[in-house]
Design a protein around this ligand. Structure first.
Ligand code: ADP
Ligand code: MG
Length: 425
């Protein structure tokens, strides 16, 4: 994809925006972009530089994302609403064309990484509560104040965040800025160049790994020797922010019928029955379940004689009970899946396993933990979108302010210590 219309190739030390931003290391990539850690020489801060592919349709998408991010930043001058902040944007011309670039505040690892490096065993419920509060603050802001639907909420699009600032505390973060490319570097690299390049890459990788672990672990945990503090989330104020507004839309200005990543997709989207803010609440519930158990709530697969959509609908009903007939037959796509009685045409036998039982039987939750967590999640998974609580209402739910007394409660023998020590960018 590094060709005309595609990604822009970046090397460590490359300058952007007339030298204001210096590329440090690649942080990640998506379908449309690569994201780099960059040093902002004007503010002496680290930032995330999202460089879009150059072809017309990608530029169009980036302009839309910038528009959404601008309104998000506008409405939140104190940057306290748990949504990523856009700092700057500009165009960058390279060999593959003109690339729109977004400068975002630099955040840490995604919740997907956290789950993955925790070996898919689920986080402590107290941590899940903290993370849920942040996400809900973000959603409440987007929905109620801005009228924006995220449409792609999932663990991958929620990034950890802490108050430790690597630019102000380079020793603790282990990160020092690279300000320019080494002397004598040629574009395609002679052998000297390659060695320097490799060294720089290794250094940057180490430094960012440090930051990402410490940014999480030192947020509220205080100092301690690096090895120790980097290994656990115990006693830490876990905070996070919602990112990736590439697919977001205004509720009154929708363009896509099919939205959301498969596993986090609401039933009304599958049925093509129209959607609103409550699709994010559905994805939120799926995300909270995944944080607590390490498993996706719904992982549909097509099979002999039925599609992925049909399996998905069946899985939903097995967990949440039968879909009311009116809703089942109410979408433009309903006839493909349901008969006129509101029963699935091609999956006839459902094995009901209600959420609170599943939490006890499969994930070793105590009866009370399971009851309380299910009581929090189930209303968010109502088949009637308009019956789901709003983010504002959800923030009032007592589950968010419970505290599990046993600090060691971990479902499915979670071992976060191992997870955190392996956490790397
Ligand atoms: P795309 O729209 O192309 O999917 P994303 O906005 O999801 O791009 O970013 C791609 C990846 O870059 C993310 O999954 C994450 O790893 C990393 N990333 C994005 N924004 C930031 C940020 N503000 N701070 C740190 N890393 C980020
Ligand atoms: Mg993405």
């Amino acid at each position: 994809s590094y060709r005309k219309g595609g990604y822009h190739a970046v090397r460590i030390g490359d300058p952007f925006a007339g030298g204001r931003y210096i590329a440090q290391r690649k942080l990640g990539w998506g379908q449309f972009s690569t994201v780099w850690l960059a040093y902002d020489t004007q503010s002496s801060n680290y930032v995330a530089l999202k460089i879009q592919k150059s072809a017309q349709q990608f530029a169009q998408a980036a302009l839309h994302e910038i528009e959404v991010l601008l309104s998000i930043a506008d409405g939140d001058p104190s940057n306290s609403k748990c949504v990523v902040r856009l700092i700057d944007h500009f165009k960058h011309t390279g060999p593959n064309g003109q690339h729109l670039c977004m400068v975002l505040e630099f955040l840490g690892d995604s919740l997907l990484r956290l789950i993955r490096f925790n070996r898919y065993k689920g986080l402590q419920l107290n941590k899940v509560r903290e993370i849920c509060k942040c996400i809900l603050i973000g959603l409440d802001y987007l929905h109620r104040e801005l009228g924006i639907i995220h449409t792609d909420l999932k663990p991958e699009n929620i990034l950890l965040f802490s108050t430790i600032d690597p630019a102000k505390d380079p020793v603790r973060s282990g990160l020092t800025p690279i300000l320019e490319r080494p002397e004598g570097g040629t574009l395609n690299g002679g052998s000297t160049m390659n060695i320097i390049e490799k060294k720089l890459k290794r250094r940057a990788r180490r430094a960012v790994a440090n930051i990402s672990v410490r940014r999480v672990s030192m947020g509220g945990g205080g100092g301690g020797e690096a090895g120790k503090s980097a290994r656990s989330l115990d006693g830490i104020d876990v905070r996070c922010k919602v990112v990736d507004f590439g697919n977001a839309c205004w509720a009154d200005k929708q363009f896509a019928e099919e939205i959301q990543t498969r596993q986090y997709r609401a039933p009304e989207v599958i049925l093509r029955a129209g959607y609103s803010f409550s699709v994010d609440m559905w994805s939120f519930a799926c995300t909270a379940f995944e944080l607590a158990t390490g498993d996706m709530m719904f992982a549909p697969k097509s099979g002999q004689g039925f599609s992925e959509d049909e399996d998905h609908l069946a899985l939903m009903m097995e967990l949440l009970g039968k879909m009311p007939r009116k809703i089942a037959i109410g979408g433009a796509q309903s006839k493909d899946f349901f008969d006129r009685h509101g029963d699935l045409k091609r999956i006839r036998r459902l094995k009901f396993w209600p959420l609170d039982r599943l939490l006890v039987d499969k994930y070793n939750f105590s009866e009370s933990d399971a009851r309380e967590f299910a009581d929090f999640l189930c209303p968010l998974l109502d088949f009637s979108p308009e019956k789901r609580p709003t983010a504002q209402q959800c923030l009032q739910h007592p589950w968010l302010n419970l505290r599990s007394s046993d600090q060691n409660e971990m479902h499915g023998q979670s071992d976060l210590d191992v997870g955190m020590s392996n956490l790397q960018m």
